[in-house]
Design a protein around this ligand. Structure first.
Ligand SMILES: Nc1ncnc2c1ncn2[C@@H]1O[C@H](COP(=O)(O)OP(=O)(O)OP(=O)(O)O)[C@@H](O)[C@H]1O
Length: 467
């Protein structure tokens, strides 16, 4: 294969080590146990050669399911891989096996693989920043991009960063003492049962997921409103709706005028209610980020600006939450999967850097609507980057009544009566399913809701929060 001068130049400057990749792949192909012992932090994107990344994904997938991953087994699955054909076809797998590094050296090789990949990524970010600056990007967005890259390099560093047990205890006791002095540390949802299960805590990222029309934006609007009412500033990245639409949604919580009605001419009485609610909400500390804030560096720099602007004072606690509606609409580089992978990691970094909870909305796959049980679970996030792994918490919104109302009414009278009972029992309710919580229990809480006005309440007491 002929390589152009320019290509050779690029190959020289981009950090990579194909031979090292071959040796790692070969070692694991020969002894799958080495995967568990030394390769925990390795991901497909750490490989420079894309075919190596695909081989790794396939191998890791099989080993994690306790299946064998040998050249013979992988042969069938990779037969038609065009990249492998360029490398010489399936016999390349046997060559990898022959190139295996000795097992005692594998840990060092893995460290070098990740280090090289991180250097490559930093270089890409740096090039992007130069490009963005040259095409008129703001200096604060560029600085935010550099900061994010630096943070994620530190986090992914293959060298273990350790802390003595004494320091860890000191940190933890300070946090427990803070919670004792100032009440539970975290933003309340205003829903007692949900608060008992999960509080939105600083440094934690929460993915709020659900199928379309389940009420994700409604719940996020309610959480933002409640946080603002209880003394926290909220940054809201609204990538799906314009500022006015989101303002209408927030307005309807107080005015009780359905936000969808605000698109049409209102009666004088309703108009008055909307104006009164707008006045009442004038001082609510919620900032809706403009539609120029579409990528992670811009989100970080804008959120930083809010944190600097909102100084805690008296009952006001400063910036208390960032909401991103929704993750799949955040821009980034690469294909949709790569963008989401990076965005979910960066979302977690923002929560840690700014010491705030981040609530990020996410759509779950459409395939879910085809299966019989519509109750969402973590598996529904697969294929959405690494959302399931990166997020500290995953919450699903689910409304059984939505599906019951849309199904064919049963023919038998008994079944029909049961169906009608189920609809009336679940009407006006939402199940909030805590499917992952890094530091707490899992469970489902059923709450009352009026999606037309974005209001939520505890079903036990049937009372709405009174501010
Ligand atoms: N006036 C109303 N009466 C009844 N239901 C309403 C009313 N207004 C909105 N809804 C319902 O609220 C749901 C939409 O809520 P929301 O936009 O929060 O959902 P979502 O999960 O964010 O959806 P998407 O993924 O499509 O953005 C829809 O099912 C809609 O039918």
């Amino acid at each position: 294969m002929r390589v152009s001068g320019q290509q050779r130049e690029t190959e020289k400057t981009v950090p990579h080590n194909v031979a090292l990749e071959q040796q790692i792949l070969g070692a694991v192909l020969n002894n799958n146990n080495l995967f568990h012992i030394h390769c925990g932090p390795v991901r497909a994107e750490h490989f420079y050669e894309p075919t190596h990344g695909r081989i790794w994904t396939l191998m890791a997938g099989r080993i994690l399911k306790d299946h064998i991953a040998s050249p013979v087994v992988l042969k069938g699955e990779l037969e038609n891989d065009p990249g492998l054909k360029d490398l010489g076809g399936v016999s390349y797998l046997a060559r990898l096996s022959g190139a295996a590094v000795a097992s005692f050296a594998l840990a060092d090789y893995v460290r070098e693989l990740i280090e090289t990949a991180e250097r490559r990524r930093l270089l890409e970010v740096a090039e992007e920043i130069v490009g963005a600056i040259n095409s008129g990007g703001t200096s604060s967005d560029a600085a935010a991009a550099m900061e994010l890259a630096a943070m994620s390099v530190a986090e992914n560093a293959p060298v273990a960063r350790s802390m003595s047990l004494l320091s860890a205890h000191t940190k933890s006791i300070t946090a427990i003492n803070d919670a004792y002095q100032n009440g539970a540390v975290g933003v309340s949802s205003g829903l007692r049962d949900l608060d008992e299960l999960l509080l939105l805590k600083p440094k934690r990222s929460t993915v709020l997921a659900g199928a379309t029309s389940m009420g994700k934006t409604s719940l996020a609007t309610w959480l933002s409103y409640h946080a603002a009412k209880t003394g926290y500033g909220v940054g809201f990245v609204s990538l799906e709706m314009g500022e006015e639409d989101l303002a209408n949604r927030i307005n309807s919580i107080d005015s009780r005028v359905p936000y969808q009605a605000m698109d049409r001419p209102l009666s004088e009485t309703l108009f008055r209610k909307v104006v009164e609610a707008a006045k009442k909400q004038e001082a609510l500390p919620i900032e809706i980020m403009s539609d120029r804030v579409r990528d992670i560096p811009a989100i970080l720099s804008e959120t930083r600006r809010l944190q600097a602007k909102w100084k805690p004072e008296g009952d006001f606690k400063g910036l208390g939450m960032l909401v991103i509606d929704y993750l799949q609409l955040v821009r980034g580089r690469g294909n949709a999967f790569e963008v989401l992978t990076q965005v979910s990691r960066d979302t977690k970094s923002i929560a840690k850097m700014l010491n705030i909870p981040v609530v990020a909305l996410a759509q779950v796959s459409r395939d879910m609507s085809k299966r019989e049980s519509k109750v969402p679970h973590l598996g529904d996030l697969r294929g959405s980057g690494d959302l399931e792994n990166d997020a500290d918490n995953v919450i699903f919104c689910h409304r059984p009544s939505y599906y019951l109302e849309r199904m064919e009414p049963p023919e038998r009278a008994d079944d029909r009566a049961d169906w009608e009972d189920s609809i009336s029992a679940s009407k006006g309710t939402m199940d909030i399913i805590v499917a992952k919580q890094r530091m707490g229990p899992l469970g489902t809480v059923r709450v009352g809701c009026d999606l037309a006005t974005n209001r939520f309440w505890d079903l036990q007491t049937q009372t709405e929060v009174d501010f």
